[in-house]
Write a protein that binds this ligand. Structure first.
Ligand code: GTP
Ligand code: MG
Length: 277
């Protein structure tokens, strides 16, 4: 369970089958996490004190970090460059992945892990584009965690020196807290969402290395100030790189593809040498 928003009670499915170990939760806890003031340990919310909620959150993230480290070690050992794509629902993640797969045109071995609460739609779109894909359905959960991703990686059978693209559940809040073992989080902000998203959801923009400002083809029809949106994002995270892109028109794709290729080259170069004997 994610104590940030109280999500995640229920069953996770990977390609329609239950996650190997059903995730534990502490029974029917009656609290509303949004109302918990975690700075006031004596406050009780429902049955649970705020200090207990903080402890639960710490335990949950510590457990996740253990799985994330295992994923990261595996990826490093195999020269695999992994990206975790995060955004609001509908910002264009799957469209962007499809266009990326088409543009790479078999020059780069890759695989995709798709995360959504329900449906296999996105994995089907990726397979149609010609790449292997596995779908994780999180049920009530609003984010992928490292255990789910580790199992999906095993089932995919990743190639050495490949690219792993993970599309997280559309949500600008909880996925920011969950390390999956990826090299980078890539946040996608579309121009239909409003310039101030980085200020309203700073954790996500702080956690990301790259922001793709998507749907730029729509700018002529919108009252959206792209420079202001980028300025807000850089106020939150001065190191955040930005690419203006349109998955539909292809504008900005060359820069995004070069960023990916450079990451793949670095991942292969960082792979430890195997010693024989
Ligand atoms: N105009 C325009 N539309 C886009 C662009 N990229 C995506 N779209 C449209 O945006 C809608 C949502 O795209 P998806 O790729 O499904 O978005 P998503 O982020 O994967 O959505 P979820 O998985 O549901 O969170 C679709 O109608 C796309 O055609 C773009 O660059 N320009
Ligand atoms: Mg999608």
């Amino acid at each position: 369970m994610c104590t940030t928003c109280g999500c995640g009670i229920g069953q996770t499915l990977i390609n329609g089958k239950p996650l190997h170990k059903p995730r534990q939760h502490g029974g029917p806890m009656r609290f509303r996490a949004h109302e918990a003031d975690t700075h006031a340990p004596d406050v009780c919310v429902g049955d649970v004190s705020a200090s207990r909620i903080v402890k639960l959150e710490q335990d949950l993230l510590a457990k996740n970090n253990g799985y994330a480290e295992a994923n990261r070690r595996y990826l490093l050992a195999h020269g695999i460059f992994a990206l975790n794509l995060v955004s609001s629902p509908g910002s264009g993640k799957t469209t962007l992945l499809v266009k990326t797969i088409e543009a790479l045109n078999g020059t780069q071995p890759l695989a995709v892990i798709e995360g959504d609460q329900q449906t296999e739609n996105d994995a089907a779109r990726i397979r149609t584009a010609g790449a292997p894909a596995i779908q994780i359905n999180t049920g009530k959960g609003c984010h992928l965690d490292a255990q789910m991703v580790g199992q999906a990686m095993q089932r995919l059978g990743l190639q050495d020196d490949s690219l792993l693209l993970i599309e997280n559940v559309g949500n600008l809040v909880c996925p920011a807290s969950f390390d999956l073992g990826e090299a980078h989080k890539v946040v996608i902000l579309s121009v239909t969402e409003g310039e101030d998203k980085p200020l309203k959801y700073p954790d996500m923009f702080r956690a990301a290395s790259l922001m793709l400002l998507n749907k730029c083809d729509l700018l002529p029809y919108l009252d959206f100030d792209a420079d202001l949106a980028i300025d807000y994002a850089n106020r939150i995270n001065p190191k955040l790189q930005v690419v203006r892109i349109s998955a539909s028109s292809g504008a900005g794709m060359a820069e995004w593809l070069e960023w990916i290729r450079e990451g793949c080259r670095n991942a292969v170069a960082a792979k430890p040498e195997v010693s024989f004997g």
